[in-house]
Design a protein around this ligand. Structure first.
Ligand code: QAP
Ligand code: CO
Length: 168
């Protein structure tokens, strides 16, 4: 296992579009293991491959208090989204220290492959629905701050540039 480097906004590589995984093989399972280690170390609740500069459709997530319920989504597709929207205060490992409200579908039905390559479907609500939509956005090259006003986004860019000059 290995810790991976997490790209920091506004890195242009965060806007690359991820390709579907052709085969869930040992290479992908190693990526999943390394992404999980990176997410737990951060610590975070979700991480998309795009954030570690791998442009393939892989997401890891763990919303449990005990940090022992890893969820893996490979080639995820949204089959259905509710008309009802919900606002949630989101953050992102690629935009540390920044939290703001984003409006998304309250519930979604998702189809994906797990780390064995087996297809599954889930109905997600609450934080799971928010997190899946946030992470699937990463695979399309979209970061949550792009839903905020241009004024807020520019302030965040300036803040991130300052942080870059003074690394923790
Ligand atoms: C995405 O985000 C998410 O700013 C996952 O300093 C977040 O794991 C989906 C983190 C909220 C839905 C709701 C953020 C860690 C972790 C920070 C994360 C930070 C340290 C964010
Ligand atoms: Co994120």
């Amino acid at each position: 296992m290995a810790l991976l480097n997490i790209l920091q906004y506004p890195d242009p590589r965060l806007h690359k579009v991820a390709k579907p995984v052709a085969e869930v093989d040992d290479r992908i399972r190693k990526l999943v293991a390394d992404m999980a280690e990176t997410m737990y170390d951060a610590p975070g609740i979700g991480l998309a491959a795009t954030q570690v500069d791998v442009h393939e459709q892989v997401i890891v997530m763990d919303l449990s208090e005990t940090r022992d319920e890893l969820r893996v989504f490979i080639n995820p597709e949204i089959l259905w989204r509710s008309d009802e929207q919900k606002t949630y205060e989101e953050g992102c490992l690629s935009v540390p220290g920044v939290y703001d409200e984003v409006q998304r579908a309250e519930r979604v039905r998702v189809r994906a492959l797990d780390e064995k390559g087996e297809r599954f479907e889930i109905d997600a609500d609450d934080l799971l629905a928010v997190c899946i939509q946030h992470e699937m956005d990463h695979l399309k090259g979209r970061v949550f701050v792009e839903y905020l006003s241009p004024l807020k986004r520019n302030r965040i860019k300036q803040k991130m540039k300052k942080l870059e000059r003074q690394p923790a």
